[in-house]
Design a protein around this ligand. Sequence first.
Ligand code: ATP
Length: 639
Amino acid sequence: MRLRRRKRQREKPADPFPELVAHTWTARSGELAETGMRVMARQLPSVVARAAGLAWRASRADTCVTVGCNLLAGVFTAFGLLATTGVLTALFSAGPTPDRVRAALPSLVLVAVAAALRAGLQAAAGWSQSRLQPQVTRLVELRLYELTTAVELAALDDPDFLDDLKRAQGPGMAAAPLVVRTAVDVLTGAVGMFAAAGTLGVLHPLLLPLLLLTALPEGWASVRSARMRYLVELAVVGVVRRKWILSDLMADRRHAAEVRSFTMRGFLLGEYDRLAAYQRGVELDLARRQTIVRVTGDLLQGVASAGVYVALGLMLWSGAVPLAVAGTAVLAIRAGQSSLANLVYAVNQCYEEGLYFGDYLRLCDKAEALAPARPAETATGELPGRFDEIAVHDVTFTYPGAEKRSLNGISMTLRRGEVVALVGENGSGKTTLAKIMAGLYDPDGGEVRWDGVPLRTVAPERVWERIAVIAQEYTHWPMTAAQNITMGRGGGDGDGEDGMLTAARAAGADEVVADLPRGYQTLLDRRFEGGAELSGGQWQRLAVARGFFRDAPLLICDEPTAALDARAEHHLFERIRAHADGRTVLLITHRLASVRHADRIYVLDGGRVIEEGDHAKLMAAGGLYAELYSLQAAAYHAA
Ligand SMILES: Nc1ncnc2c1ncn2[C@@H]1O[C@H](COP(=O)(O)OP(=O)(O)OP(=O)(O)O)[C@@H](O)[C@H]1O
């Protein structure tokens, strides 16, 4: 056992990039290195069952055709082989040659018909198998993204979940169609082998072990060489990932200016070449070792075949089998040999892909348990269309995996028509509190109530429908300008065009769009022909327009002016104040001049509210707010 392990360790190439090998994708290498044929045989049925379930859900018709045609092709293989005996018996019988040929004709026709039918069935099976692949891919991709867009936001803060997601999204998802394909290959190989074995059993029971004897060396060689390749792939996976990252840095437009201005070209090319040279070395070594294994397999197979033919000769000589049967046996052994080798190879492949596919299934199970938090059908709480008051009571919150609380017993009230500001230094908990109010996270303790209805009892979707968030970190959606404003509500360009224009004007996005070549229909993605790129401030105006367009009773603005020029910022704060008419605005900003006119200001520090009141009251109190405000004001006066 120890000897075997030592031998396996020798198979693994020494790794000159230790910092890269720690990647989670390599987690399977140890498992596989210890996996033998017996473990594979035990686990294979469950992998095949999963693959069959997946294929069934992707397309029942194609699954039935694939399986049915493969089974029927096996029947015709056996039938053809048995009919061959009839041909040979007729040909080897006594009498003039024309008579013998004539006698062989009916069996010959049967052989030809069986071969044609088998070829037709195999073609049909191959076609439906190819049809299954894209359908399976579509199914697994859609399922994964349905789940990732529905899981609680907190799940995406959990490093374990993210780790699982990366594995599922990469090799796990890619393995799904391969698991189905290799499972069908297992079936095809098994059917072919059973057809040949059945034929031999019918011809003479002693012929069956001979088939196994000749197929074993090739089966061994193909499994061993596949496992070598797989282990090497796992060993270099970190190197390959690093190469992807470097190729992205060297070929992507986003990095092009920096690569040039910092003259990084030589460094990046050197790094890339170092990795590529290592990978080439490992692969050349693999090719050498695989060739040795294959040649050994071929030699052993040659010896085994010679043994088989000697045994067959002896049986013929002793009269145990007639000449015609021996001839058919040679054909059946050859057919069985290739089917068995294919079967062993397919089993190995199916098992390998099954390992990765298992990652995908585990992630789906995990994500299903995390989503949806409270489906609309079972949630008991109903929110009012427009609320009068949002009350936050003694809310505490710790991010998953974090050691420190981000919120520490926060209480506050927001009423309809008010602009309420959250201020505080970096990391004081403003964004976290806003996300809890938006129903993106459930608090660990305390609660948020809308007109007395606890958010904890309401389906998150119902909360999100009533909120517009202009977030600190927003996405540059690679859609048209119009879609950037309207997506998420109605979704279509034609939907609420007046509303879109009003929102764009309010946010100053109309000036941005006026300069675009195709106006609102311009695609904001330079990676496509005719796509446009915007500046940071221009993107922010679109994000603000998106927030206004939702026309929700609660508008949360988290640093909405960070990238805006002075004029746009002034205009936006005026517009936000106007927006509060009949609605409520929660404003988070470090620009304290802009919160002077807020109805109420809450000052956060270390996840607690340390001051509360309007501008005049807080200035008079002379606390943190007054200090921060005076610092900013002094900077302007000094100028
Ligand atoms: N996704 C996260 N996972 C773990 N901790 C987080 C996460 N997001 C924020 N935190 C932590 O929570 C605390 C509060 O962060 P938050 O983003 O709410 O602060 P903030 O007041 O909005 O800061 P800023 O003014 O810089 O935007 C910080 O200590 C931060 O490190």
